[in-house]
Design a protein around this ligand. Sequence first.
Ligand code: 15L
Length: 266
Amino acid sequence: MLEKLLITGASGGLGRICRESLKPLAKTIRLTARSGLGDAGENEEIVYGSLDDPEALAEIVEGCDGLVHLGGQATEAKWETIRSANIDGMVNLYEAVRLSTTKPRIVFASSNHTIGFYPQSQRLDTRSPVRPDGYYGVSKVFGEALASMYYDKFGIETAAVRIGSFAAAPENYRMLSTWLSHRDFVQLVARIFAVPVLGYQVIYGASANSAGWWDNSAVSFLGWQPQDNAETYRAKVEQLVPRPSAEEPIAKYQGGIFCADPILKD
Ligand code: 15L
C-alpha cells in the first residue's frame, strides 16, 4: 500500500472518479487542483496550487510515494494555453518530483491524441511511432518524452497511459473502439502501483473493446486485464447516434474530430 498518493487535476471528471476509487491504494490521498475540491474527507488532504508555480509544486509533491497526474489542458487549445499547462507544467512537476525526498512513481494521463492521425483501419502497439493530431497531442508526446528522460536519467518511474475515451459508457461509434470504463482505469492504476518494477512504459488506456485498435501486449507484465467491452453498448449507440460517413474525421482517424481542429488563436 502507498503511504501518500497525490492526484493532480483532482477536480476534473477523471479526478473526481479517482478521488473516490483510488482510496484503497493509499493510507492518505492528497488532492490538488486550482480550486473546487470541497471539504477534505477521511484520509484526504487538500492542497491548492498550480502547475505554473514551482514552489507550490515542491510542497505538494513532497512526502508522496505515488502520483496520478491528471492536471493540465485536456483538449485542443491555443498554443500559449497548451504550453503553460502541458509543457511548462510538466517540466515543473517532474522537477518537483526529482527534487523531492520521496520520488513518487507516476501515472501520467497521456492521450490517444499522440497517435490520432493514424487511420482507424490500422492496429497499433506501444512502439508505433507517434502521429499527434494537434497542439494538444503534441504536448502529450512531449510529456511522454520528458517522462522517459526522467526515468533514464534519474530513475523516476512513469506509466504514460494513452487514455482513449474515459466515460461511464460509449457515446458514439468511435468510442466503441476507444472507450475506457471507470473500473478498467482504476484497475489499471492499481496494477501500475502494484508491480515491483515499472520503469517507463507506454500503455493504451482502453477497455477490452472487440472493436479496439490498440495492442498492449508489450506491457502484459502489469497483469492488467480490462473487464469491460464497448460492444455491449453497440445496439444503444446505433439507436441513438447517426452513423457518420466513412470520410468524416470521426470515422476516419483514431483521434476523431480532433484531427479536424484548426490551429486556435485568440
Ligand atoms: C482526450 O484526450 C480528451 O482529454 C478527452 O476530452 C476526449 O476527447 C478523449 O481524448 C477522446 O479522444 O475521446
